[in-house]
Write a protein that binds this ligand. Structure first.
Ligand code: ADP
Length: 261
């Protein structure tokens, strides 16, 4: 089943008063590859984490496939939402296959996880996905820590697709990879998602990658939307607005303290 994501006047104010999200409203239609652009601290990660309940908004609402994200729906929703992380979040000493299988743990009884006796169809799926993301048989058994960054993120992608999610949240998935590998990894994410009708909300800070892969760009600045549209409509002025750091947070810090940090 395909799912959209709807943000309705979402705000997030941290206990220290930092306003990470400020009245954010937009809908990501099912199957769209939507890129969140913005400099560090713009609110991208907080917004992504409000979709799978890792953070709770302090105002407004998030809906996934028409269902409100909240304590009552989270367990069921998390089976339909996968995440891809900047630093891969693999188990370094476990094999490639075990890391990909970890993507199916939510669907398995505890005894299977503890004994490692996985159902044969899931083992086939691990092999299928490893192949789909361009890894080889040798990577099945090799420890994740022995793989290159690009190969590790390919494992991260395969793990994310294990339960055939309706939504993938990718939080700066290529921030620790070099440009050529970043291109390959995003290309894989997009083609795998397209083939399955998966909705992708992916934060990036590289404009060229957003231009190459996004169906749509939503740019955040200080927690507010400052651009929403197809990447080809981004103008020079939009780009400079996106990458101009707000000095509000800096100005709020007393000068003496600023020198101390
Ligand atoms: P981005 O992903 O665009 O870099 P974030 O969503 O991580 O931005 O952060 C948005 C704002 O929220 C920043 O000002 C950041 O310092 C602040 N922030 C993030 N996490 C916390 C937290 N746990 N406690 C307090 N402030 C936070």
């Amino acid at each position: 089943m395909v799912m959209d994501i709807r943000f309705d006047a979402v705000s997030k104010i941290w206990p220290d008063g930092t306003r990470a999200l400020d009245d954010v409203s937009f809908t990501v239609p099912a199957g769209q590859f939507c890129v969140l652009l913005g400099h560090s601290g713009a609110g991208k990660s907080t917004l992504l984490r409000c979709v799978n309940g890792l953070e709770t908004s302090t105002g407004g609402a998030v809906q996934v496939g028409g269902q409100s994200v909240g304590p009552a729906s989270l367990r069921a929703l998390r089976r339909r939402i996968a995440m891809v992380h900047q630093h891969f979040a693999l188990v370094p000493r476990a094999s490639g296959a075990a890391n990909v299988m970890a993507g199916a743990v939510a669907s398995l009884p505890l005894w299977r996880v503890l004994t490692g006796l996985y159902p044969t169809p899931l083992k086939h799926r691990v092999c299928e996905l490893l192949q789909a993301v361009g890894l080889e048989e040798a990577h099945l058994v090799r420890r994740a820590e022995r793989l290159s960054g690009g190969q590790q993120q390919r494992l991260g992608l395969a793990r994310a697709f294990m339960l055939d999610p309706a939504i993938i949240l990718a939080d700066e998935p290529v921030a620790s990879l070099d440009p050529a590998i970043s291109h390959d990894v995003l290309s894989l994410l997009r083609s795998q998602a397209r083939g399955r009708g998966t909705t992708v909300l992916c934060s990036l800070h590289q404009l060229d990658l957003a231009r190459a892969f996004a169906d749509r760009v939503v740019a955040l600045h200080s927690g507010r939307i400052i651009f929403d549209g197809p990447p080809e409509t981004l103008k020079g002025s939009d780009i400079s607005n996106i990458y101009t750091k707000s000095d509000a947070s800096e100005a709020a810090v007393p000068l003496r303290l600023r020198f101390a940090i």
